[in-house]
Design a protein around this ligand. Structure first.
Ligand code: CAA
Length: 410
């Protein structure tokens, strides 16, 4: 494994840093206070190519590798969690699922506009009574001729009121045992009659982001919009989470860095007992821990990204990166507030926003408890990964960067 970043990695990182420093960091505190998403966020991310960063050029993307996706998520969450959440759902949980499981027609119809940022995408798995316990979902999809009729309500859906495309999981068979074998995946579009959405207000964090619900009442979905095969939905959902969790992990790594960098800066500026607090041993200890958490999270993410680039299954490694990075982003944010003292308790400094934002990620995309169970089950040998009918393709620069016209007819 080579830890050095390529020219392309650095170029992508720099592009995001320029964007966040000029267009996000100066105003994000106000949007967070207003509890609204800046309407410029999605169009600007689209314009910069961020929404299709790791999707092959032939499918409308920028043709970068999966490590670039991670680096971009780290820089986005260094500025604010809400921007990384966009990447988690639009790219990690949706576009990468189309790349892995979609037919060529589905890729042309749905992935291309998503990667170009002309259409926004969301992921509809969770329900009010089915979070960790995915197989207990109540949404149904009944076959009727060449269509499926979808009914149900999905909760805690990022970009619910913004997305044009939804990857929806519903039960095509409610009687089969085990229950996860009855779940199928569908591409649903906002313009389908019977689809309604709304926002959820009053969240602890991610306040400048969009979180909501998606309801479906007798929504007629053409059979060709099924992703994968009937009954394959649970595996598709879990494979999506292998990618979504990578974006969450890399983002949380950026949040740890935000806590570290802001704390270092403040510790130089603030003096107590006749010297900068950076000279106090107990402050040094906090900074040292934050650095340790950042380095460890970064390395775990790099390992997961490297495995993705090689096309090697990484469910365990990604779960470890997600669990570690998100748990430690909460710890880092608590310490950053402590370093800032009373100022950390007010929104005069961003660390109180970091703390509120950090908490969501130890809950969504697999709670820390789910990841602990998974890690223990792997260690005991109770859990083993089975090969999938379609794996996430390994990163191949020739394929990823080829222009559509040069590959026509290949
Ligand atoms: N990829 C592909 N297939 C997988 C897989 C993966 N990563 N993990 C498991 N599978 C397959 C298994 O091989 C197995 O296949 P067979 O049917 O052929 O045997 C099948 O799926 C069932 O696997 P398990 O027995 O491991 O499933 P389980 O019932 O033990 O559940 C779980 C495992 C870990 C609890 C899982 O349900 C889970 O991860 N739950 C958390 C869900 C979650 O993260 N939800 C968040 C949703 S997104 C969100 O937060 C909203 C948002 O907008 C951001």
């Amino acid at each position: 494994m080579d830890f050095s970043l390529t020219e392309e990695h650095i170029q992508a990182q720099k592009m995001v840093v320029d964007f966040t420093h000029k267009e996000v960091i100066p105003t994000i505190g106000e949007w967070d206070r207003k509890q609204e998403m800046n309407p410029a966020t999605l169009p600007r991310m689209a314009e910069l190519g961020i929404l299709g960063i790791c999707i092959p050029v032939r499918y409308g993307g920028q043709g970068f590798d999966y490590i670039t996706l991670g680096l971009v998520c780290e820089e986005l969450e260094r500025a604010d969690t809400t921007l990384r959440v966009v990447m988690s759902v639009h790219v990690g949980l949706n576009s990468m699922a189309l790349l892995q499981w979609g037919t060529e027609e589905q890729k042309q119809k749905f992935l291309v506009p998503q990667a170009r940022g002309e259409k926004y995408a969301a992921f509809c798995l969770t329900e009010s009574g089915a979070g960790s316990d995915v197989a207990n979902m109540q949404a149904t999809a009944r076959k009727s001729g060449d269509k499926y009729i979808l009914n149900g309500e999905k909760m805690w859906i990022s970009l619910a009121t913004k997305a044009h495309h939804f990857l929806v999981f519903a039960k095509t068979d409610t009687t089969v045992t085990p229950a996860h074998k009855g779940i199928s995946a569908f591409i649903v579009t906002r313009d389908m009659p019977g689809v309604t959405t709304g926002d959820i207000h009053g969240k602890l964090g991610v306040r400048a982001g969009s979180t909501g619900w998606v309801a479906m009442q007798d929504v007629e979905v053409p059979a060709e919009n099924m992703l994968g095969e009937e009954g394959e939905g649970f595996k598709i959902a879990m494979s999506c989470l292998d990618n979504g969790r990578f974006t969450v992990a890399t983002g949380a790594t950026g949040l740890i860095r935000a806590c570290l960098e802001d704390s270092v800066k403040y510790a130089h500026e603030r003096s107590t007992f006749g010297k900068p607090i950076a000279q106090h041993q107990l402050i040094k200890q906090k900074i040292a821990y934050m650095q340790q958490w950042y380095d460890t999270a970064y390395l775990l993410c790099m390992r997961a990204g490297w495995l993705k680039n090689q096309g090697i299954r990484n469910t365990r490694e990604t779960s470890m990166a997600k669990w570690y990075a998100t748990d430690h982003s909460v710890k880092a944010a608590l310490e950053a507030v402590q370093v800032h003292g009373a100022y950390g308790f007010s929104d005069e400094y961003p660390v109180e926003r970091y703390l509120r934002n950090s908490k969501g990620a130890v809950i969504y995309e697999g709670t820390s408890e789910i990841h602990q169970l998974m890690q223990a089950d792997y260690a005991f040998g109770f859990r083993q990964d089975k090969p999938l009918r379609r794996e996430l393709p390994a990163y191949d620069p020739d394929f990823w960067q080829a222009e559509p016209e040069t590959v026509a007819g290949d």
